[in-house]
Ligand binder design. Structure first.
Ligand code: SAH
Ligand code: SF4
Length: 353
């Protein structure tokens, strides 16, 4: 790792404090934020309204490099996948998913993941390390610059989901800082409704969400019975459904509106009538939104995706009971867009070495 911290790890206030501590003008922080995040100009030589002294100081004391995109792929449905290499050669993936009026970037919060869900390809890798705020922001910046250069201004990222590799609440402080940077008006200026954090259910960290910007929260529920959830997600052995929902009740809901519950549909495991009953019992339909995710099979995965008829039936049963419920359409299947898949495939092939 470089000796200097990444400049992209700094919030606007951090940068102001730094400049003041070095006897520079505080307002230059606002100009630098605008250059980097609003204009996408990362070369300090081009920051025409910033003094030479400040630029020299930053170049000496900070790492200004942006993570490198070492591979990208475009799916037939418009989804773009990027493999992003950090300064220590570790790679994470990001996926840009287009929808009618938005372009959402799915970003990673860690290299690998410690939670070890049995259905998840990332979970099989274990945790390599946390990403710094600058590396989380760096993914968004790298893809923004890539799109500008290769596609043009028409494709601009508008939303973020923390649904790539890693458990964002396991890396609470760095994800929090990155989120503050994403939301900074002088920078990318993303609104709180444009950012969604997905968590496997770290109850103690969920209880700390009062100390987090009020973004959308998604809980990876995947089962409404403790025994099935524990089989899928070892975290459920530490924090079972009762503990999880105690934590969820503490989330300041006024700001978050509804909490999204992600429910992975796995053939013959959690797609039965009794699963619908248990789910309807567990969730408060006024405060919840259910997002069904048909299991995305990968080479050697031990679970199967249910039939389309089963998926539609499951959704209709929840709608009938008055739930807001959507089914996630699988995006970018032809480019291995599911969690953790691309990285592993490419590591096997060592394509970029
Ligand atoms: N660690 C966080 C966020 C990253 S995973 C979490 O678990 O919530 C983002 C989503 O992808 C989660 O809901 C996860 O359950 C889901 N996922 C993982 N592997 C999958 C697969 N093979 N098919 C479909 N969804 C998967
Ligand atoms: Fe980690 Fe989420 Fe994968 Fe579970 S589903 S192993 S928490 S990335």
């Amino acid at each position: 790792m470089p000796e200097q911290p990444s400049i992209y790890s700094l919030t606007l206030n951090d940068l102001r404090d730094y400049l003041v501590s070095k006897g520079h003008a505080k307002f230059a922080a606002d100009q630098i934020f605008q250059w980097i995040y609003k204009q996408g100009v990362i070369d300090p030589q081009l920051w025409t309204n910033v003094s030479k002294k400040i630029k020299e100081d930053l170049i000496i004391n900070f790492d200004l490099s942006v993570p490198t995109i070492v591979w990208n792929g475009l799916s037939k449905d418009g989804t773009r996948k990027f493999l992003v290499k950090m300064i220590d050669q570790q790679t994470v993936e990001c996926v840009a998913i287009p929808a009618k009026d938005r372009l959402t970037l799915c970003i990673s919060s860690q290299v690998g993941c410690a939670i070890g869900c049995t259905f998840c390809h990332t979970g099989t890798m274990g945790l390599k390390r946390h990403l710094s705020p600058g590396e989380i922001v760096g993914q968004f910046l790298a893809v923004t610059l890539w799109l500008k250069q290769n596609v043009g201004e028409s494709e601009r990222l508008s939303n973020i989901v923390y649904m790539g590799q890693g458990e964002p609440l396991h890396n609470f402080d760095n994800v929090k800082k990155a989120t503050i940077i994403f939301m900074e008006d002088k920078g990318f200026g993303l609104g709180q409704r444009k950012i969604t954090l997905s968590t496997s259910g770290l109850a103690p960290q969920i209880e700390k969400l009062w100390d987090f910007p009020p973004i959308n929260i998604a809980i990876s529920l995947h089962a409404a019975h403790n025994n099935i959830r524990s089989e899928l997600m070892p975290i459920n052995k530490a924090h079972d459904l009762e503990r999880l929902f105690k934590a969820i009740r503490s989330v300041p809901l006024k700001a978050y509106r509804r909490i999204t519950y992600e429910y992975l549909l796995i053939d013959s495991l959690n797609d039965r009538p009794e699963d619908i009953e248990a789910l309807a019992e567990l969730l408060d339909k006024e405060k919840s939104k259910v997002n069904l995710i048909p299991f995305n099979e990968y080479p050697d995965s031990k679970f199967k995706r249910p039939s389309n008829a089963k998926i539609i039936w499951f959704q209709e049963e929840l709608l009938k009971r008055g739930f807001v419920c959507t089914t996630r359409t699988t995006k970018g299947q032809d480019i291995l867009a599911a969690c953790g898949q691309l990285k592993s495939e490419y590591e096997k092939l060592n394509l970029w070495e």
